[in-house]
Design a protein around this ligand. Structure first.
Ligand code: IPM
Ligand code: MN
Length: 355
């Protein structure tokens, strides 16, 4: 009998709780099958708690969450809470405090899923974005001068540290090697304009590439990356990029792989505690209707198992998702799946526990 994993579950806002329940259902099914146990601890951080108590995410909670084996997050964002408070106070706070310096976002079109890209299929759309997750424009460095006057100045700085960039690039090279597909790592940047931060990235990328002779280093500007992701997604194997570019191109990636209903991500600290989440938001308009697609949350759970070392169980989750997408669902979009949120979760759990 393998061990027990202590998992913190933060269902969060909107449809977060609904999709999280389904992810947990699937995790329990594969845990039973593979002989490991899950010790789940639920936390109610999010918009409702903030409105009720004024508390977003206290430091003591961050410390507590840092003591788990992994964190599973539903969604953050509440229509009655000013934008930024929960995102910065929960999601970004955890990413930074737990030093989850990689945001891993697979872009994979499963058979049977619709992509808006004409004449592209599962064999063309299968790449992974490694997004730096603790630096760049997300550090909150900057400020105002003469705020609210006609002479106002606002500065928001892009931070790149050698250490932060190098660990991300190394992770990406290692990941490309382990993935063993096209063995190509594309740096997505903007070296022609951001001549300081991106110069550091580019030099670091070239230097680290020397240590990976089996991996082909490639480069594309971020604007061109968007173009190729639509026109020739098959060119990509692994993409490494900074925080802001990674945020933007992975929403494009999510659409290319069939929508937010299927797009999952992992905030990874390879030496610490990682957090897994569907990359879409809290979808307030679908809340409580049992129509949201839980597959992104389920896939996030699968990624969590992979990072915890339960690779077989992770594969079972993916196989089950593929089966449900290709044989059951009419669409990956909310309301149009042909099944309810609960039914989709049941089907995946059933297959994941048996096939
Ligand atoms: C994401 C989200 C977050 C980000 C927001 C909610 C802060 O868009 O995970 O991609 O910008 O990183
Ligand atoms: Mn985003």
């Amino acid at each position: 009998m393998a061990g027990t994993y202590r998992i913190a579950v933060l269902p969060g806002d909107g449809t977060g709780p609904e999709v999280t329940v389904e992810a947990v259902k699937v995790l329990k099914a594969v845990a039973a099958r593979n002989g490991f146990a899950l010790d789940l601890h639920e936390y109610d951080f999010g918009g409702e708690r903030y409105k009720r108590t004024g508390e977003v995410l206290p430091d003591a909670a961050v410390e507590e969450l840092g003591g788990f084996d992994a964190i599973l997050l539903g969604a953050i964002g509440h229509p009655d809470v000013e934008p930024g408070i929960l995102e910065k106070g929960i999601l970004l706070k955890l990413r930074f405090a737990l030093d989850q310096y990689i945001n891993l976002r697979p872009v994979k079109l499963y058979p049977g899923a619709d992509t808006p890209l004409k004449d592209k299929g599962p064999e063309d759309i299968d790449f992974v974005v490694v997004r730096e997750n603790t630096e760049g424009l997300y550090c909150g460095v900057g400020g105002f001068l003469r705020k609210g006057t006609p002479d106002e100045v606002a500065v928001q700085e892009m931070v790149a540290t050698r250490k932060g960039v190098e660990r991300c690039i190394r992770y990406a090279f290692d990941f490309t090697r382990k993935r063993d597909k096209q063995k190509t790592l594309t740096m997505c940047g903007k070296t022609n304009v951001l001549t300081y931060a991106q110069d550091l990235w580019w030099r670091c990328f070239q230097e680290v590439a020397e240590e990976y002779p089996d991996i082909k280093p490639d480069y594309a500007h971020v604007d061109a990356t968007c173009m190729w992701m639509v026109k020739n997604p098959e060119w990509f194997d692994v993409i490494v990029t900074n925080n802001m570019f990674g945020d933007i191109i992975t929403d494009l990636g999510a659409m290319v792989q069939g929508g937010m209903g299927i797009a999952a991500g992992g905030n990874i600290n390879p030496e610490g505690v990682s957090m897994f989440e569907p990359i879409g938001g809290s979808a307030p308009k679908y809340t409580g209707k049992n129509v949201i697609n839980p597959l992104a949350a389920i896939c996030a759970g699968g990624m969590m198992l992979d990072v915890l070392g339960e690779t077989e169980a992770a594969q079972q989750v993916e196989n089950a998702v593929i089966k449900v997408v290709s044989e059951k669902l009419e669409s990956l979009s909310a309301r149009r799946m042909g099944y309810s949120t609960t039914e989709v979760g049941d089907m995946v759990a059933d297959f994941a526990g048996s096939i």
